[in-house]
Design a protein around this ligand. Structure first.
Ligand code: PEP
Ligand code: MG
Length: 757
């Protein structure tokens, strides 16, 4: 059964469109289960009815014509309850009803399974049999499994199909759900950037110039041939003549008489070279993979390898020629900080990532840049988006494809309102961050990209609470030298001097992997991350700290922050290394005092060690992004559980209050630099807890300042005191919303929250 299931799912996922996918499903399921009938009913959102969309065994004339109400008949029973139904005598069931003209009269047994995607009922999969037959447990399991697997495919195919619609289509606007990554509305042209050399992720595109595409393909082919010939020559003496002859076979795969010729024909027919290559090679790879004979199955690996090599050369070629549309919406399976850095800043108006969530690092970088972003839009038909008008609604985590004129105007208006609000808040820049009753809470800024610098400088921050040094590492193709780093850090320190700049030592691992230092692990967030990597590689840590100290010469505004601390020993080891660097730098002739050193409190063990860490360090900073992930056991990058990730969870807030109390008892200043610090709704609570600074991205700072200026410490403390009675995120939100409403601050709370949703 499993093998059959795998084959059905694979065949369906390769279908060109939804109709073909559904026909395949009914055909294959009927065959696999030896039933007389198989039907797929799909839910029509406009009419809220279940439409008879694909069938084998009943009246084909009714396909697409006939539909049932959501509670009508046995199919409606399955749909409305979201439960399976298995009957050997369907007519005895109270919900049974015979539909004239469908041809169901002679079927006694019925089994139906709901097709559900992300809690949404997409349809019902039904099998029927003339003979009275109670389907076995195994058959039930088969139908349930296949409907669960098919739900994702149908959801995706439905959207892909809709994406072919043009503006003003009667079927309306195509909206893709995701989660908010960075607030704001972006309107522009979609550009899909595929991961390098992934045959399966090449977008469809027409050739602008067929001859030029053909030339590129032939050039890439010839470079791959040269590469293989070099390898073949190198191994000539080490392999037997028979084994060596395999290289000849390998080269032949790309000949004009075989796959090379097929690719060339597609290009001549109008496809661009990368698309033609991907289409032909994937077809052959699938063909080889399905072969029974293991030797032939292995050939799929060769074909994939060759295709990847050719694709790499084609991509190198097109990268240098790439022109970004004036209003670019960057779309990728997984947006990385380096992809964000590739598009000229003035062209980038929005970002869509199929994977990741609002707490992924790419989302944080997008927020820092002030670019609207939607993450986890997994149903987006990404390879059909090129050159289409997209709207990124970063407030609500939605993407709209080719919206009609009227909708575009509405989005434009929302965008204008955002700009107007930001303008209005500009006046706060030079005003103090002080509560109604005169309490001053410094607001600091988080930085990372060089492109952030002007925004960070202009937002009125009193210091930098978190400079993510790894962002510069992510944008390179090798580790930067000590001198490269010194220059980079000098720029930051100088830009903000005399205000303090908190530089975090390299925090890689988790979802931040350097292309030139890959870390491949099953559970990267519980693995080799942050300080664990740099203590294992002191040469990386020492060079970075020396560069920071040298950059601090004559300025004295550097603070060093250690990420992912989970044990006191890590702090002691790091301090010993920092002292060593300081001695070395002094010996080289630099003169400066030892900088303040702090640790991030971002894993649960550090919460319990706050006192011990505070006694050894000059300051602490709470990384609420990771702390939330680890306290709630919710992967911060996983869109599927994004709605369980809450910075305003009572458990997270209680941990924050404990950190503040323990740090205060040890007379150690404590700040918070996770996204929660930039959530204006959370501001009163953080204020009342006693954080010494709040550090956030530049675009959040004016809104947070507005809230600070509009509340009193007393009412904030009152809200904090009431927290102990609350057990759920909703209750916490209610409490905070009431305070926000009382103070008339609703306009400053963004619909798609950052740190807390
Ligand atoms: C955090 O975890 O809250 C934090 C500020 O660090 P990062 O988001 O870079 O992991
Ligand atoms: Mg962190």
């Amino acid at each position: 059964m499993i093998e059959r299931l795998r084959k059905i799912v694979q065949a369906v996922s390769e279908a060109d469109d939804l109709e073909q996918a559904l026909s395949l499903i009914v055909h294959e399921v009927r065959r696999a289960m030896s039933t007389d009938v198989c039907t797929v009913y799909l839910s029509d959102r406009a009419t809220n009815r279940l439409v008879f969309r694909a069938n084998e065994g009943l009246n084909p004339g009714k396909i697409g014509e006939f539909s049932l109400g959501r509670e009508e008949g046995l199919v409606g029973w399955v749909a409305s309850r979201g439960e399976m139904l298995n009957l050997d005598d369907a007519s005895a069931h109270p919900s049974f009803q015979l539909v004239p003209g469908l041809g169901e009269e002679s079927f006694a047994s019925f089994m139906g399974a709901p097709i559900i995607h992300q809690r949404d009922l997409l349809g019902v999969l039904v099998v029927q049999q003339t003979a009275s037959r109670r389907f076995s447990d195994d058959e039930e399991a088969f139908l349930i499994t296949i409907s669960a697997q098919l739900a994702g495919i149908i959801a995706h195919a439905e959207v892909s199909g809709l994406a072919d619609l043009n503006e003003g289509s009667p079927r309306g606007i195509t909206r893709i759900m995701g989660v908010s990554g960075s607030p704001g509305i972006g309107i522009g042209e979609g550009v899909f950037v595929s991961p390098t050399a992934d045959l399966a992720a090449v977008p469809y595109r027409k050739a602008e110039n067929r001859k030029a595409e053909l030339r590129s393909f032939r050039a890439a082919l010839s470079r791959v041939r040269d590469d293989i010939e070099i390898v073949s020559d190198n191994l000539r003496d080490e392999l037997s003549p028979e084994d060596h002859a395999l290289f000849g076979v390998y080269l032949n795969i790309l000949d004009d008489s075989t796959l090379g010729g097929e690719v060339a024909s597609l290009i001549k027919a109008g496809q661009w070279a990368q698309g033609a290559l991907s289409q032909v090679l994937l077809k052959h790879i699938r063909h080889f993979e399905r072969m029974e004979h293991s030797y032939l199955r292995e050939r799929a690996v060769d074909v994939r390898d060759l295709g990847t090599r050719v694709l790499t050369y084609l991509q190198d070629d097109s990268k240098s020629l790439r022109e970004w549309p004036e209003q670019t919406i960057l779309v990728a399976e997984e947006i990385t900080a380096s992809a964000l850095g590739e598009v000229p800043r003035e062209n980038l108006v929005g970002v869509v990532s199929l994977r990741g969530s609002g707490n992924s690092h790419a989302a944080i970088v997008a927020r820092g840049m002030g670019v609207p972003a939607v993450m986890g839009a997994s149903d987006l038909p990404y390879n059909r988006l090129d050159s289409r008008t997209l709207v990124v609604d970063g407030h609500n985590g939605r993407v709209y494809i080719n919206p009609p004129e009227e909708a575009l105007r509405r989005f434009q208006q929302l965008q204008d309102e955002d700009v107007a609000l930001s303008q209005e808040l500009l006046v706060l820049r030079d005003e103090p961050s002080q509560t109604l009753d005169g309490h001053h809470i410094p607001l600091w800024v988080n930085t990372g990209l060089a492109a952030d610098l002007p925004r960070a400088l202009e937002c009125g921050a009193e210091g930098v609470g978190l400079y993510r040094t790894e962002v510069a590492f992510l944008l390179r193709d090798k580790f930067p030298s000590e001198e490269d780093q010194r220059q980079l850090y000098r720029e930051q320190l100088e830009a903000f001097a005399p205000a303090p700049v908190t530089m975090r030592s390299l925090d890689i691992g988790g979802d931040k992997s350097l292309p030139y230092f890959p870390i491949i692990e099953d559970n990267p967030f519980l693995g080799w991350r942050g300080i664990r990597v740099t203590l294992d590689h002191p040469e990386i840590f020492l060079a970075q700290i020396r560069a920071m100290l040298k950059a601090n010469e004559g300025l004295g505004n550097l603070r060093i922050l250690l990420p992912m601390i989970s044990a006191v020993e890590e702090v002691e080891e790091s301090l010993a290394l920092i002292r060593r660097c300081h001695d070395e730098v002094l010996a080289e002739g630099y003169s400066q005092t030892f900088p303040p050193v702090g640790a991030m409190i971002e894993v649960p063990s550090a919460v319990w060690l706050t006192g011990a860490l505070a006694r050894r360090l000059d300051f602490l900073s709470v990384g609420s992004n990771d702390l939330t992930q680890y306290l709630l056991a919710v992967d911060r990058t996983n869109a599927r559980v994004a709605d369980m990730y809450h910075g305003l969870h009572p458990a997270v807030l209680s941990a924050l209050a404990k950190i503040c109390a323990d740090a205060r008892a040890a007379s150690c200043p404590v700040s918070i630099c996770g996204e929660l610090a930039g959530d204006p709704r959370a501001t009163p609570l953080l204020l009342a807890m006693g954080f010494d600074q709040l550090s956030m991205n530049a675009s959040s700072l004016p809104r947070v300042k507005k809230v600070v200026q509009s509340v009193s410490v007393d009412e904030a403390r009152d809200a904090l005191a009431r927290l102990t009675e609350l057990n759920s995120v909703d209750q916490v939100k209610e409490l905070l919303d009431a305070l926000i409403r009382r103070r008339g601050l609703e306009r400053y709370i963004r619909p798609g929250q950052e740190g807390s949703e």
